[in-house]
Design a protein around this ligand. Structure first.
Ligand code: NAD
Length: 352
């Protein structure tokens, strides 16, 4: 079922399909320091993975009044959170023991599997102590998401704050990048049981401005890798066209004006232009620093490519885009924003 919901800054009670007892538990608590109202089934939120994105998302949950506990293997980021008075824990399992809901924001499928099923992992060998809901916001492949969702649903839930025998999982990757994570304006694409999605809406609205329910487990992950595949290919197309234009004597500024009022207009031409000097406030205007790292784009294209291969789908543009971004990383540009493909793959010139 494809349902689009613009999240309103309000609380949403648990849906009918959760039990009566769950409904009774779904009372709302007002946090005196702010006007946010938090439902009791979401009071305690665990957060694992405090990198560029996760640190901002967890901070927004704290600002919204949630009782947050965090974990990361990076000790300096843990110290930063601890200095702000936020509870830090030594392992994912310790986070899970005190949380109603746990959100993960990790680099890749291997990291996510490790945090869920590894030693001292969230699933605690199949006996989940407290969280009735797990939300993975990392960009990973739908196959891994589905495996994990199935493993979660087979776990026993020991402390039953909501009336469920097993916990439930949502895949909820995000779009918007670090600035949107900081501003609390992310877009969430969510897969998993719809009633869990509805129950979790207050959390999404504390970190983002749009959520789109995509369907069963894995469909959020699928949406995300498809989005990034299309974004990568459009960035390559725009970059290649600008370099051809420059070589044929048209400036990128002129070509941008033409694209943006013609059929080639797209996000890569009108919002995130890859040519240094054409637009202010984008990574190309600051030596491709900040933004969305080429390593992450290469990872996402690998996920898309593996997913296509898995189902026997012909996807030549995915393979080509993956190879180009992998080459960029091999040549030392992995930390730069992915729009650096214009300079470092195509040897495009800056706009003077
Ligand atoms: P990041 O590398 O900055 O952060 C990942 C964090 O996970 C790090 O702090 C790392 O120490 C921690 N970590 C790794 N293994 C761990 C473990 N076993 N236990 C606990 N912590 C562990 O990555 P990011 O930019 O925050 O991205 C996170 C996810 O979000 C990725 O899947 C990425 O593709 C996706 N994403 C990123 C952006 C972006 O613009 N950066 C945008 C949308 C989606």
């Amino acid at each position: 079922m494809g349902i689009y919901r613009a999240v309103i800054k309000s609380v949403v009670p648990l849906s009918k399909s959760l039990s009566k007892k769950t409904h009774q538990l779904s009372t709302f608590r007002s946090i005196s320091s702010s006007s946010i109202i938090i439902p009791s089934h979401l009071e305690k939120v665990g957060f694992v993975g405090l990198g560029n994105m996760g640190s901002k998302m967890a901070t927004n949950l704290v600002k919204a009044g949630y009782n947050v506990a965090v974990h990361d293997i990076n000790h300096s980021v843990m110290k930063m959170f601890s200095n702000k008075g936020i509870s830090v824990k030594g392992s994912p399992m310790e986070v899970a023991e005190i949380s109603d809901v746990v959100i993960t924001m990790l680099p890749s499928p291997a990291h996510v599997l490790d945090v869920y099923t590894g030693p001292n992992g969230l699933l605690n060998g199949g006996n989940v102590v407290r969280p009735w809901l797990f939300i993975d916001s990392s960009t990973i492949d739908p196959q891994t998401t589905r495996k994990l969702s199935s493993a979660v649903s087979k776990c026993a839930l020991i402390e039953k704050k909501v009336s469920r025998e097993s916990p439930v999982m949502l895949d909820a990757p995000v779009s918007g990048g670090v600035p949107a994570a900081e501003a609390g304006t992310l877009t969430f694409m969510v897969g998993g049981p719809e009633e869990a999605y509805m129950a979790a809406e207050p959390l999404f609205s504390s970190m983002g401005k749009n959520t789109i329910y995509c369907g069963n487990a894995g469909t959020g992950s699928a949406a995300k890798i498809c989005n990034n595949l299309a974004m990568a290919v459009s960035m390559l197309g725009v970059s290649e066209a600008f370099v051809l234009g420059q070589s044929l004597g048209i400036t990128a500024t002129t070509l941008t004006k033409i694209f943006n009022s013609s059929s080639a207009r797209c996000w890569s031409s009108d919002t995130y232009n890859p040519v240094p000097g054409v637009m202010d406030g984008v990574p190309s205007s600051r030596n491709y620093d900040g933004g969305f790292a080429s390593t992450l784009m290469a990872k996402d294209l690998n996920l898309a490519s593996a997913s296509a291969k898995d189902i026997g789908l012909k996807s030549p543009l995915t393979s080509e885009a993956r190879d180009i971004f992998t080459k960029l990383c091999d040549e030392g540009h992995g930390a730069k924003d992915f729009s650096c493909v214009f300079r470092h793959f195509y040897s495009g010139k800056d706009e003077l």
